[in-house]
Design a protein around this ligand. Sequence first.
Ligand SMILES: Cc1cc2nc3c(=O)[nH]c(=O)nc-3n(C[C@H](O)[C@H](O)[C@H](O)COP(=O)(O)OP(=O)(O)OC[C@H]3O[C@@H](n4cnc5c(N)ncnc54)[C@H](O)[C@@H]3O)c2cc1C
Length: 445
Amino acid sequence: MSAKTAIVIGGGPAGALSALVLKKHGITPTVYEKRTWETSPDDRHPFWDVGGSIDLYGNGLRALERLGFIDDVLVNGGGSCSKLFFFLMDGSDGMAQNLVVDKPGEYRPIQILRSSYHKILMKNCEKQGIQIHTKKQVVDVQQTATNVTATFADGTSATADFLIAADGIYSSVRRILFPDHKPVQRHGVGFVGVFDLGVAPAEGVPLLGFEHGEMAIYSAPVAGNLIYTVHCPEDNAGAWVLMQCKKPAEGEDPDWLPYQDLPRESTRLANIVEEWGAPASVTNAVRFSKRITPIHMSDVPDMSTLHKGRVLFIGDAGHGTLPTQGQGLCQAIEDCNVLHELLVNFPGFAEGDYVDVFALFDEIRLPRVHFVANQSRTVMGHLTASSNIQMKVDRFVFRLILGVRNGLSLNDAIFGYNCDKDVSKALEKYRKRRQAGKGGASAAA
Ligand SMILES: Cc1cc2nc3c(=O)[nH]c(=O)nc-3n(C[C@H](O)[C@H](O)[C@H](O)COP(=O)(O)OP(=O)(O)OC[C@H]3O[C@@H](n4cnc5c(N)ncnc54)[C@H](O)[C@@H]3O)c2cc1C
């Protein structure tokens, strides 16, 4: 029997990690990424050397431990961040959400540049001999009873036993296979920036770094303006996200390509932030950024399945969500952990097993990703308001909610998640169904 093969569409964090999981289980993955290898012809940055910071909470870190990558990620021994603060734009009226699960063995969250995390995965792919093809934008996916074929914009195609759709929040594969699924909801337009932490950027300017703790959201709810700030000590970097909660004008979504004219954009944005009345440390971080990227803030309406035939959706392609709980990346890692646990339970991954494995994946992952997406939407709802009175009432209510969540450790449902229980429960039900002669997971779906 020849080894199984998989096409992985998208060389982002979800694509790279799922390729590593498949390889671990004897399935040969090939990654197809639409970007060119370098981000621009005049600099030699590889395609992953972009973006700002990314949050890795206990749930994501535990999953990385299970997958064998935790030591690569916790290079400086792990995170120190324990709270996410919510302020008004000027740094007043602070309230905090606990991010740390207070049980032995739980990981504290870390903030890391997306580029650093992505590089770790890409280096591991290289070590494992996983082939990565760039400039391969998928434009079509066709399936037969025995395989799946992806066609790319350059006219080439690839055929394999399975396909992992990891092509991000604006997934082409999702649009091709689920043309009737509700379109992505766009909630805001904004920018991501990165700067050197603890550096004096100019004479008379204090060392760069945020004065209100390591992680904070500053908001002007009525105007719909948000700033997210974070320190990434592992990288000696800081990062910020500016967001205006308004629907973007029609047109293409920004493709996470950094601005070429940095001095112009950093000055323009720093002046805007100053006008918003944000703390000086925020204005300085924006003014002295070393990279700024335009982005949209979007949300994928809940999917009712994460697979179709031989295609499985991993990461943002299946459940891209609002960033207000910082869970996008962690959910992609949880996906990969669950895929790994299922493949452990289907050794050899015989022809036909994919039907049951993909159905079990749905059974385990759908409730979880919908829960996290809803939590992220709820928090988003508390960051905007239509009037000052509504803002005051809403902040009062939000403070109570956070108090209850912190006091009763309800945040643990997000940050302390461990897929083991859900995987065991789903497998137990599956085995019972098999014993009862009712077929596999697919029969129950
Ligand atoms: C370049 C980039 C930078 C980002 N930076 C940040 C950040 O700083 N902070 C943050 O919180 N989130 C960031 N995100 C989003 C964040 O990485 C994801 O939410 C999360 O990590 C889940 O990863 P993913 O691999 O599912 O999706 P993504 O990270 O979006 O990766 C998807 C990959 O698929 C590729 N792709 C898309 N369409 C096609 C196609 N048709 N054919 C082939 N390949 C395709 C994309 O180029 C990308 O490499 C960024 C996303 C991108 C694409």
